[in-house]
Design a protein. Structure first.
Length: 405
């Protein structure tokens, strides 16, 4: 009988970001073996529309030379046994201009990022630029540039594109980022990319002694429509733990919770199971994506209805805020709008806080500050950061961020 791999949680979350159709999902497939576009509309349209998730094990064979020893297999090309380095969670973000709010939700989970830029198009494309703005606002400093689709261009074209990338990155948070040329469809230079990830995107130090705080990035009902009522399994919430730990049997609170008429009510439940992509866990720690099985009515978690919530131990989470006052920091210019003008009273903004996305109505402004009433409350500490987007024609454009006062 084939032995099962030992269950383990990924140690780090790495975002896959960039312009639409630059091969982000193909790159995740090459690194993990999984195609993260799983929803019917994504498959039909051929683009990522929601956050996708997949884990990979990184190995290294010490008998191979240099980067040749790095792979996603426990046996190298020469059939030598390779040692496990770590398990990584990839967060595949949409690249389409109308889906920036979803990308920003993914950014809240990232410890580092791969900015994917196609070699067969001029750089920068609009969402290449906007995603770099987003990484800067989210303070994601561990960035690797993946120059994808080198199989579609000549050596001279690849070099021209490389120089465009270098020029584009000047003065940005990724100015000194390493650039790895790959052909994701053919697995070309994946060993170099894995080596770069191991070198430039370390596992951050985590604080397991602080109170639990987990950002919910998905939720679902795993019961079949014909399930016997006596065998119904509680709802599942998935995401990443930012701090603290959680064990099976722990009581947890979820904020802002569920909508009851015009209000949101926090809910409490017990953790019935903890799942990672490699199997069941007894304890969930900060790091890669996990799923908590709960005793909640699965109706409350179906269809990702709990996205944007925060999970913690009872009475340890911040209060949910329906009204916020923020000190604003705006970009000088942005994709789709050009020069960014001051926030004005009466305008609607998209507000991202962690994995939560909501609308905010600006009811008061002063120099460098704004007061907003939110359509849906957010659970956030004083001093926490929210990301702001402004409407331009048919889409929302990233304009800056605010700090909760």
């Amino acid at each position: 009988m084939k032995s099962q791999k030992q269950a383990r949680q990924a140690e780090v979350n790495i975002g896959i970001v960039g312009h639409v159709d630059h091969g982000k999902t193909s790159l995740v497939k090459a690194l993990t073996g999984e195609w993260t576009d799983r929803h019917s509309e994504e498959i039909t349209r051929g683009i990522t529309m929601r956050l996708g998730y997949a884990d990979a094990d990184f190995y290294k064979c010490d008998e191979c030379n240099g980067s040749e020893g790095y792979s996603i297999k426990d046996v190298c090309a020469q059939n030598h046994k390779a040692k496990l380095l770590r398990t990584v969670s990839f967060v595949d973000c949409p690249g389409h201009e109308t889906l920036m709010a979803i990308m920003m939700s993914g950014a809240s989970l990232m410890d580092g990022a791969l900015l994917v830029i196609a070699a067969n198009e001029d750089c920068p494309q609009p969402q290449t630029r906007e995603h770099l703005y987003a990484l800067n606002i989210s303070e994601i400093k561990n960035i690797i540039i993946v120059q994808n689709k080198i199989d579609l261009v000549t050596k001279e074209q690849a070099l021209k594109n490389y120089n465009q990338i270098k020029e584009f990155l000047k003065g940005s948070i990724a100015e000194n980022a390493t650039i790895i040329p790959v052909a994701a469809h053919y697995g070309v230079n994946l060993d170099l990319l894995i080596e770069a990830i191991q070198t430039y995107i370390p596992t951050p130090k985590r604080d397991e002694n602080k109170p639990l705080k987990m950002l919910v990035a998905r939720s679902f009902d795993i019961n079949k429509p014909s399930q016997d009522v006596s065998k119904i399994i509680g709802g599942v919430v998935g995401g990443s733990i930012i701090q603290g730990t959680v064990k099976i049997g722990d009581e947890v609170e979820i904020r802002p919770g569920v909508a009851v008429k015009d209000n949101y009510v926090p809910v409490k439940t017990k953790v019935a199971s903890i799942q990672a992509s490699r199997g069941s866990l007894d304890i969930g720690r900060p790091g890669g994506l996990i799923a908590l099985g709960t005793q909640l009515d699965p109706f409350l978690t179906k269809g990702n209805s709990m996205i944007g919530n925060v999970v913690g131990k009872p009475d340890t989470l911040p209060q949910s805020l329906k009204e916020i006052v923020i000190a604003t920091s705006l970009l000088k210019e942005t994709v789709g709008l050009g020069k960014v003008t001051d926030i004005i009273r009466g305008e609607l903004l998209v507000v991202n806080a962690g994995t939560s996305t909501t609308l905010g109505n600006v009811i008061e402004t002063k120099k460098g500050r704004a007061k907003l009433v939110l359509k849906k409350p957010i659970c956030i500490d004083k001093g926490g950061k929210v990301v702001l987007s402004r409407r331009a024609s048919t889409r929302w454009c990233l304009i800056g961020y605010g700090v909760i006062e």
